[in-house]
Design a protein around this ligand. Structure first.
Ligand code: NAD
Ligand code: DAU
Length: 352
């Protein structure tokens, strides 16, 4: 049996591939365009492993996807590939519309053409798993209930609007064509191989370099945080037992204000790699807020627990400690991702 994974060289996709192959011999075909966010170094431990076949390519390339489906006959597609950074979607939305909307459409159409003529048993067993985000639901006030699967869609950024559009396409391909789709909407992930344009890894690498720790606005925005291997286990659970056409919200029951996340990272670094110049929190710098910044996300993850028995294994305390330690243990990985294009992004986003 075989899975086709898209975006498996990115942060969550590569953690999913590594986690999958730690527990299963089922082969993975990994289709990834290797944009700035894709990194084969994440998958270095799989070199020479016949269970992992990497293909560099674009999810908008229908001919390539048709070829991969015909050649490898996967029993499921797990679709991670996306442009994923909200700030980049604000300064350049075009790539988000293309990959997140057109790419998902292309993959759905290729999947439908492949799935339609399958023998009945294979057809019934096939799954198209769409990996999506809690951001499609919009922003919550302090006392609003957490996002349930029935929450109306109110995306506020070009990124979340493009993911919302992709979710709607996935839903429609089930409703109209009967394609057996599954959608998971997950909260903020963190952990190894997280590209340092996102909050937690940016704070770790900047602190270690003695640079400012840029906190947007008042730092009181709230996110729910989930350790990345818990996201991988949730996807495994949904793929194995989720009902086609259903949506499952995935979260860590871990709401935290951004400033508290940054202070926690600083405190862990003070303990694990003390800076003779003083506590890392001295580097915290409040900067101009993100335009349209969503105030709060929170996930009601009771459905996936009730129906599929999934709960996160990590607490925030255990996950954030492992994460900070991972960055301390992998200075080469950090150095390699901080290429010219990374430096260009940082100076464009944060100025000199
Ligand atoms: P990422 O940006 O780290 O990785 C995205 C991967 O997709 C990269 O390897 C990139 O090369 C690849 N890719 C981009 N455009 C492509 C294209 N046109 N064709 C093929 N490959 C392409 O993203 P991530 O944080 O790992 O997120 C993965 C998925 O999970 C996304 O769909 C995202 O919306 C969703 N998600 C992310 C989070 C989070 O906290 N990071 C939370 C919930 C959901
Ligand atoms: O909620 C799930 C989403 O989480 C995913 O769908 C996205 O792909 C993923 O990037 C993430 O989006 P966020 O915008 O929440 O993540 P980010 O790490 O960019 O920011 C987290 C919070 O920290 C957010 O409120 C903005 C703030 N922030 C971020 C950066 C990069 C700062 O205060 N300073 C920063 O420099």
């Amino acid at each position: 049996m075989t899975l086709l994974v898209t975006g498996g060289a990115g942060f969550i996709g590569s953690n999913f591939v590594l986690d999958w192959l730690r527990q299963s011999d089922e082969k993975i075909i990994n289709l990834d365009a290797l944009t700035y966010a894709g990194n084969l170094e994440n998958l270095a431990s799989l070199q020479g492993d016949a269970r992992h076949v990497f293909v560099q390519g674009d999810v908008c390339d229908r001919a390539l996807i048709d070829k991969l489906l015909a050649e490898h006959r996967p029993r499921a597609i797990v679709h991670f590939a996306a442009e994923s950074h909200v700030d980049r979607s604000i300064s350049g939305p075009g790539a988000f519309m293309r990959t997140n909307i057109e790419g998902t459409y292309t993959l759905l159409e290729a999947a439908r053409a492949y799935w339609n003529p399958l023998p009945e048993a294979d057809k019934a067993a096939f799954r198209f798993h769409h990996v999506s985000t809690d951001e499609v639901y919009g922003s919550l006030a302090k006392d609003d209930p957490a996002f349930a699967e029935t929450k109306t869609y109110e995306p506020n950024s070009p990124y979340s609007a493009s993911k919302a559009a992709s979710d709607h396409l996935v839903r429609a391909w089930h409703h109209t064509y009967g394609l057996p789709v599954l959608t998971t909407n997950c909260s903020n992930n963190y952990g190894p191989y997280h590209f340092p344009e996102k909050l937690i890894p940016l704070m770790i690498v900047n602190a270690l370099a003695g640079k400012a720790l840029p906190v947007y606005g008042d730092g009181q925005q709230i996110r729910d945080w989930l350790y990345v291997t818990d996201h991988a286990s949730a996807i495994r659970a949904v793929l194995a037992g989720g009902k086609p056409g259903e949506v499952y919200n995935v979260g860590g029951w871990n709401e935290k204000a951004n400033i508290d996340i940054v202070k926690t990272v600083c405190a862990l670094l003070d303990e694990l790699r003390p800076d003779p110049a003083g506590p890392y929190a001295r580097l915290i710098t409040y900067v101009t807020d993100r335009p349209g910044h969503d105030r709060r996300y929170a996930i009601d993850a009771r459905k996936i627990e009730r129906e599929l028995g999934w709960r996160p294994a990590e607490t925030f305390d255990t996950g954030i400690r492992k994460t900070v330690q991972w960055y301390l243990d992998h200075p080469d990985w950090v150095q390699h991702v901080q290429s010219g294009s990374y430096r260009d992004w940082v100076s464009k986003q944060y100025g000199a």
